[in-house]
Design a protein around this ligand. Sequence first.
Ligand SMILES: Cc1cc2nc3c(=O)[nH]c(=O)nc-3n(C[C@H](O)[C@H](O)[C@H](O)COP(=O)(O)OP(=O)(O)OC[C@H]3O[C@@H](n4cnc5c(N)ncnc54)[C@H](O)[C@@H]3O)c2cc1C
Length: 373
Amino acid sequence: MSESGGKPAERKGAARRKAALDPRLAEYRGVWVFVERDEQGVHPVSWELLGAARELADQLGTEVGAVVAGGAEESLESHCRDAVAYGADRVYQTVHPVLAGYRNEPYAKLLCELVKKHKPEILLLGATSLGRDLASSVATTLETGLTADCTELAIDRESRALAATRPTFGGNLLCTILTLNYRPQMATVRPRVLPQPKKDHGRSGQIQKEEIDLSEEEMVTKLLEFLPHAGGDRLDLSLAEVIVAGGKGLQRAANFSLLEELARALGGEVGATRAAVQAGWVDAQRQIGQTGKTVRPKLYIAAGISGAIQHRVGMESSDLIVAINTDPNAPIFEVAHYGIVGDALILLPLLTRTVRGQAVAAKTIGLEVYSSS
Ligand SMILES: Cc1cc2nc3c(=O)[nH]c(=O)nc-3n(C[C@H](O)[C@H](O)[C@H](O)COP(=O)(O)OP(=O)(O)OC[C@H]3O[C@@H](n4cnc5c(N)ncnc54)[C@H](O)[C@@H]3O)c2cc1C
């Protein structure tokens, strides 16, 4: 070990963080977000990232940049204006026929060129399939550090570096990673982990057109056709405003219908733990947690769920958490705003009846009932 002299590990870390940044990198400024989009429009994670970028940039006293790119046929203007409304000071807009539809090669080339030209100190992407694919290529090409699948972003005061926090060791530990001597500092963040900022149409920002030299002949991959996911109306649990989730405590597959009924009454969706998915009680696309979806609904009802850390990381940012469990010591009660100690098989039908009753009563007197629809 090079560091000796009996210094505590923490102080050694602090001393190392104070080390001056390589002068070559000191000129890097600005917090950038890659705006992910497809035929359906911009992925909401990009706006969530712009909200975080705004806060980070304000702390650093720098500006927020957004990268918006696409093919010649696409109208990118409204996405650029939205990026400003969500917090960008400057939007780097690139239009080129080769950029129609996502492919790793041209997009990685574009981001690398823009970074080399404008030198942002932080570059954020969504931890979506596209974002993960693109971020890793950009980071390896630029030979810089990338922290994937973060759940929290902050600025380390001593070093001014991005402190990117992510779960590790099967979700049992949270680790915060700093990229001290490489720029830009890159991170991908899961959708719905960060709050969506308010759209402020009064904000002003600059839209800057950027050229890129690309040729279709040089592209190895070809985009022949875009096929929307089979079953078009694929469930997007991460966007549900009400989720009624169940775990092993529901005891058998048939009891998941109790969750479905309550979810329907509340205008929400059914979610599940990995244990329930592995038991074959529910489809894997409904799994919530570290190896499933991250959700942030207005209301999360957890029925028969113990609250293992791997489940909690996927739901603990929900606005209101109600837990039903027979065990008063179940860890889920540590994150629940309201807890009911009792049998979910009895309580779920009672709740459904109460919600339905309220809906009927409210309708008769013309009130709106809490519902996502
Ligand atoms: C690498 C890794 C990744 C993982 N990823 C995920 C993930 O993404 N999502 C996830 O959920 N898990 C994940 N897990 C698994 C996780 O550790 C837990 O095993 C799992 O979340 C437990 O699910 P559960 O709460 O349904 O079951 P249990 O832990 O068995 O809990 C069942 C609960 O139901 C209660 N109960 C029993 N009967 C009733 C009743 N009648 N009414 C009310 N309550 C009742 C019990 O008191 C208990 O608290 C992962 C694990 C690892 C190692």
